[in-house]
Write a protein that binds this ligand. Structure first.
Ligand SMILES: Nc1ncnc2c1ncn2[C@@H]1O[C@H](COP(=O)(O)OP(=O)(O)O)[C@@H](O)[C@H]1O
Ligand SMILES: [Mg+2]
Length: 234
């Protein structure tokens, strides 16, 4: 469903991605691993044309995204849950979710607050809380739920486990995996946490200094333990 070919990205004079090729199959779960500064966020932002200057081909269901605005790409079904989560801290969880709903395209399939609560039951008890009253894990849950409000086809998660206790991160990853299967959603997850990424994906790309250094399924990744020590801070 997503085909990335020869993606280059730069910030001014500094190049961050060098000729990346990535394929994500419909309803697949793909992990983009790499340490800090590897280029994971740059790649996700390039897909939405939100930040870095990029070149190369990006196709969604065969349709080239060149020249399309961030909003137009979102309308085609891309949703990014950014690294910093960007929850409105002075609004309630319900208001945060409703805002995302209003930002969606009228007439297109959008998910109701009840629907996302059915997917993530923990949300129900949080609806009346203000953003600043949430723990990191709860904020991340709201950020993911908010990403789903527009019924995206491809959900891009940028380091969802960052700053979360391992147990909280694992629970969240499991819920994302379940939501994926229930919704037939395609997911691309940028992570440093192998444990998290493994829970909600089948296939791995490993990025280092803007270059892909490995791709394969988790069994192939595990068969090369040197990858972890060399390219991830484990
Ligand atoms: N806004 C920016 N301006 C200039 N350089 C940036 C910017 N954002 C990221 N970079 C650089 O691009 C490279 C990749 O960063 P990033 O995509 O954020 O990595 P990751 O998400 O894997 O930690 C790094 O060298 C980083 O310093
Ligand atoms: Mg990042």
């Amino acid at each position: 469903m997503l085909e990335i070919r020869n993606l280059q990205a730069r910030y001014g004079d500094s190049q961050a991605l060098f000729g990346i090729d990535i394929d994500v199959k419909a309803q697949g779960g793909v992990a983009l691993l790499g340490r800090n500064g590897a280029g994971k966020s740059t790649l996700l932002k390039s897909l939405l044309d939100a930040g870095p200057q990029s070149s190369g081909q990006i196709r969604l269901d065969g349709r080239a995204l060149d020249g399309l605005s961030t909003e137009a790409r979102a309308r085609l079904g891309l949703a990014l849950v950014p690294e910093d989560r960007r929850i409105f801290t002075t609004l309630t969880v319900r208001q945060n979710l409703e805002l995302a709903w209003h930002a969606g395209t009228p007439g297109s399939a959008r998910m109701s607050v009840d629907h996302v609560c059915a997917l993530f039951p923990l949300l129900k008890d949080l609806l009346d809380r203000l953003g600043y009253q949430l723990s990191g894990g709860q904020q991340q849950l709201v950020a993911v739920a908010r990403g789903l409000m527009a019924s995206p086809r491809l959900l891009l998660l940028d380091e969802p486990a960052e700053g979360l206790a391992p147990k909280v991160a694992q629970d969240l990853a499991r819920q994302v995996g379940e939501a994926r299967h229930k919704l037939g959603l395609t997911v691309l997850v940028a992570e440093q946490s192998i444990a998290y990424a493994r829970q909600c994906t089948e296939y791995v790309y490993l990025l280092d200094s803007g270059v892909l250094v490995f791709q394969g399924d988790w069994a192939a990744f595990d068969a090369q333990p040197a990858l972890k020590t060399r390219y991830l801070a484990v």
